[in-house]
Design a protein around this ligand. Sequence first.
Ligand code: FAD
Length: 457
Amino acid sequence: MTSKDFPTVEGSVFFPGDEGYDTELAGFQTAYRHRPALVVAARGAEDVRIAVTYAQEHGLPVAVQATGHGLSVASEGGVVVSTRALDGVRIDSETRTAWIGAGVQWGRVVEEAARFGLAPLSGSFPGVGAVSYLLGGGVPLLGREFGYASDHVRTVEVVTADGELRTVDAASDPDLFWALRGAGHNFGVVTAIEVGLVPVERIYGGGLLFDGKHAAELMRVYAQWSATVPETLTSSIGFIPYPDLPFLPDDLRGRYVAHVRIVFNGPAQEGERLVAPLRAVAPRLSDDLGDMPYTDAGEIYREPPFPHAYSGTSVLLDGLDEDAFDAVLKATGPEADLMVVLGVRHLGGAMSRTPADGGGAVGHRDAQYLVHLVTPIDGNAELEAARSVHGDVRAALAPRALGRALLFEFGDGERASQAQTRSGYGAADYRRLAQLKRRLDPGNLFRHNRNIVPATD
Ligand SMILES: Cc1cc2nc3c(=O)[nH]c(=O)nc-3n(C[C@H](O)[C@H](O)[C@H](O)COP(=O)(O)OP(=O)(O)OC[C@H]3O[C@@H](n4cnc5c(N)ncnc54)[C@H](O)[C@@H]3O)c2cc1C
């Protein structure tokens, strides 16, 4: 296969060995990467249409990459559509919506929306691709008040397996519109999404950092406290055994810490009152809670901004069993053989309610907490060790587990399994998705993801 065989596109097409092939495929996850027969760096929806049609005609699977944060199964020999140049953002302040190209990162949308006193339902890290996040449901910083980010999607522009560019909304194709809002990675290459914005300019937010020796006590207080807070407050707690590395800030370097993150859409005075029980647990290593613009909310989680190799997993829980967490903290704390970053996000509130329009294919909406684990890895031995610890944690939490949050599953490479994908959805929803997959992608062109296999019955 050579560039001569491929139709002309506005963007670029790279084959193995071409200058630009590796750069186009480099992403945030560095444990592995796609190795396709060709990568199409799309410049517009028409390029995507040409790439999908070509793949269909040549029997090649199609994978998609924006930032590479959520790379699951790597493509070997297929077509990769790289969306990073689909970088348009348009805010409509009248309809309070954003039109977001497939290559756009949340940080951009946050900045653009803020000019109009609006905010998107973005997540903790501004570098994450907005479109993939929305297609997977999206757990927002303001989730308990406004629900899953995908509940706010109005229109999806997508190239389906038949090579057709469709504009999908609730009226045009209700089934596909439902699937695209929670299981969207399986149904095509999305070129842009129109999504609702919320009128939030400032929040009361930030983090409370504690020495990890208070971890068990903090977890107990957090479990009880979080069950009492209003829906306008969304929070999480992280437990992080930081390595002793020079590039880390002094308050984190070589320390096991507990980090409570707060996002409250309300007056600072009320926020202060609400967080008082957490502040009372122990002296804080740092405390930057206060009034802030939403544009600074991407700093709250203090997530590493540089590409690295990592493995991660998740458990959605219907509630917190405090005793189980003692075992989890032990397995993931500083005595563990490898670094495990443990996060517990408070869900519930509006996220647990089905929106008036029926919502999308978000899995396990009734979950009240999301536990996620991430381990930086260096090579296969560490990957296996990480999988083993992550599996132990999932087992410890199994009695209250509803399933997994597929957006928070990282680095599974070849190991992505049917069971893993199924666990992201309720059984009836998974069946509906598999049937829809049979209608729209019977040849499973889009299988280099957490794959929903087309139904056969
Ligand atoms: C540091 C960090 C913080 C995070 N915080 C949050 C959070 O707060 N809330 C939350 O919900 N999630 C969060 N996530 C998870 C994140 O939403 C997913 O990893 C998401 O898939 C990343 O999308 P991406 O475009 O950045 O990554 P990519 O790796 O480029 O895309 C991930 C996958 O999405 C699919 N895909 C991408 N673009 C398209 C497209 N245009 N059409 C069809 N399929 C596509 C592909 O299968 C691709 O492999 C976080 C992840 C990280 C690493």
